[in-house]
Write a protein that binds this ligand. Structure first.
Ligand code: NAD
Length: 552
């Protein structure tokens, strides 16, 4: 049976090729992408259905995965599946241009929206944490964040180092699903890189996928390598096994000041993510289960200590920023009063891109063939000859990125560009230049799809950081526009109580129906970013609103 072949727990793998198992590509696509999210090449821990980002899951439990598969294999285009925190709960009557799957993950009424309440529900089997792209089936492995990380490091380079990270040392913590993109992004930007992770397996995974160059358990060796690389201007990435707080403390006492300092440990979850200082990994895993309250207390204190060293290094000259894991908030709760003295990455580097409707546009070749992605790369290079950065990125990506699971690509595209790219992909499928349909999606971290006051909407010009009408409007626009599946989540990136966000994926199967859906969805989605930022008073967003004829 299908489950025996593609979804025998924990060995998940999307079917390849252009033969359908479901009744149409509209249901084959979410089916393949769910299985792809759980593929061992893609997911951090498929045996627990964990895809990335601490405990971000693709489905609630094994029975739910099997039931979702069973339904998607049968579903026609007059019905849509409802998924509630990773569990299929119903099928509703819809129409051929409606989304085939409607997903709501981890949502709680605001006054109950904290990790404690969530965990009590999770323990009773009533909820799962969807993170951003884990529960919405469009995670594509570390490449997904790679370009965003590269854009961020380059924006940092432009702001502080004349656009060049050669002869610069970048230090960070966390080399997991998202954090694992940092070493490759840093070396692509020319830097010498030191990344610290408490779990050696995570660094090994980055070595296997060629995201990091070297690994060591020796602080001395790591420091020697990265300082030599900084000196000679060589791009080199080193993964050091250890606690990030301890390593920063030693750097400080050895007077080794990073040029750039950030962090991507799973700080958003003080119990099931961050590992407290002074504990072996096994010890921490045991304490998580036996005494989560003590664990949390130690975790918050460790984050305060960790941020304390970041502040000290910042005061000694390191360009320091929070990289979207809510580390500052939990450090504050752990006793570091000055935690918010360094900025988040969005106000520091990313917001100008959001004002152009830009964000992490991505696509996946459902055929499983790398040549299909290379064909899309070439088509975009031809379609956007003026966009030099894009061309450099696509060429480097082809060269340096090992695909994980189904071949995929990401690049940040803005208003106008996304629709153009989507139509090109649909034509490539229609003309047979790629061998099977393509799905087009994005991270929930996008210009108009998220409310997250310590991250994407930090320090908005008009103070509207916590207004979550915007992601809801985004969800509604993409649902009525005809995305192939849509999602609304809570707590992604920064944890329970701190964010609400929407996701979408639209299918390019070469049909006229897909073309109509793409024209609507890939117009509406970036337009939401321009609406959101022009409403908040950003000048570039206001002029883009006029330029793209989006004024009321
Ligand atoms: P992950 O759980 O896959 O990896 C986190 C890593 O941190 C693990 O490898 C873990 O061993 C390590 N770690 C935990 N405590 C440590 C300590 N004290 N010292 C050293 N290493 C430690 O998570 P991920 O997918 O890599 O995401 C990392 C964080 O970034 C999460 O908080 C996530 O919510 C956030 N995030 C940021 C973005 C963004 O765009 N900036 C996007 C998605 C997620």
């Amino acid at each position: 049976s299908f489950i025996q072949q593609f979804a025998k727990h924990p060995s998940y793998m999307a079917p390849r090729g252009n033969e359908l198992h479901a009744r149409s590509w509209q249901t084959e696509a979410p089916l393949r992408m769910l299985l792809n999210n759980l593929d061992a090449e893609v997911a951090e821990d498929p045996s627990n259905l964990i895809v990335y980002g601490g405990t971000g899951q693709a489905a609630r439990n094994v029975e739910s995965v099997e039931k979702i598969i069973e339904i998607l294999l049968q579903l026609d285009e007059y019905h849509s599946l409802l998924v509630q925190s990773g569990k299929p709960v119903g099928v509703v009557r819809t129409h051929p241009e409606a989304p085939r799957v409607l997903i709501a993950n981890s949502n709680l009424v605001p006054a109950w929206a904290n990790w404690e309440h969530f965990e009590s529900l999770k323990e009773r089997g009533l909820m799962m944490y969807g993170q951003m792209t884990a529960g919405s089936w469009i995670y594509i492995g570390s490449q997904g964040i790679l370009q965003g990380t590269y854009e961020t490091f380059m924006a940092c380079a432009k702001k502080h180092f004349n656009g060049d990270l050669r002869h610069k040392l970048l230090v960070t913590g966390g080399l997991g699903g998202m954090g694992g993109a940092q070493p490759l992004a840093a070396t692509m930007a020319g830097a010498s890189f030191l990344g610290v992770d408490i779990d050696p397996k995570r660094i090994e995974k980055r070595l296997e996928t060629r995201y990091i160059d070297r690994m060591t358990t020796s602080y001395e060796e790591a420091v020697k390598w990265v300082l030599e690389a900084r000196e000679s201007g060589k791009a080199l990435s080193v993964g050091l096994v250890g606690d990030i707080g301890d390593v920063l403390e030693r750097l400080l006492s050895d007077d080794i000041i990073p040029d750039v300092l950030t962090d991507q440990t799973s700080a958003h979850d003080p119990v099931n993510g961050y590992v407290p200082n002074g504990m072996q990994l096994e010890e921490a895993l045991a304490l998580r289960k036996s005494d989560p309250a003590t664990y949390k207390e130690r975790s918050l204190k460790s984050m305060a200590r960790h941020v304390g060293f970041m502040l000290a290094l910042m005061d000694r000259g390191a360009v320091t920023f929070d990289y979207g894991n809510n580390l500052r908030e939990f450090a504050r709760q752990g006793g570091e009063k000055d935690a918010f003295r360094f900025p988040g990455f969005t106000p520091a580097y990313i917001r100008p891109l959001f004002c152009e409707g830009k964000g992490p546009f991505r696509w996946v070749a459902l055929s499983g063939k790398p040549e299909d992605i290379y064909a899309t790369d070439e088509a975009l290079i031809e379609a956007f000859p003026e966009n030099k950065d894009l061309i450099i990125w696509l060429r480097q990506a082809k060269d340096k990125i090992a695909f994980q699971g189904l071949p995929s690509r990401i690049c940040w595209l803005g208003m106008g560009e996304r629709e153009k790219a989507g139509l090109i992909f649909n034509d490539l499928v229609r003309s047979g230049k790629v061998s099977a349909p393509i799905v087009i999606g994005r991270d929930h971290l996008d210009c108009g799809s998220v409310a997250s006051p310590n991250r994407e909407t930090e320090s908005m010009l008009d103070g509207s950081d916590a207004v979550s009408d915007w992601p809801l409007l985004n969800l509604m626009s993409n649902t009525s526009g005809g995305a192939t599946w849509v999602s609304f989540h809570h707590g992604g990136g920064v944890g329970m109580g701190y964010s609400q966000h929407a996701g979408m994926v639209v299918l390019a199967d070469g049909t006229d129906r897909a073309e109509r859906c793409i024209r609507r969805v890939l117009f509406n989605d970036p337009a939401m970013g321009i609406f959101r930022h022009s409403d908040a008073g950003y000048e570039t967003a206001i002029s883009n609103r006029e330029a793209f004829n989006l004024s009321l």
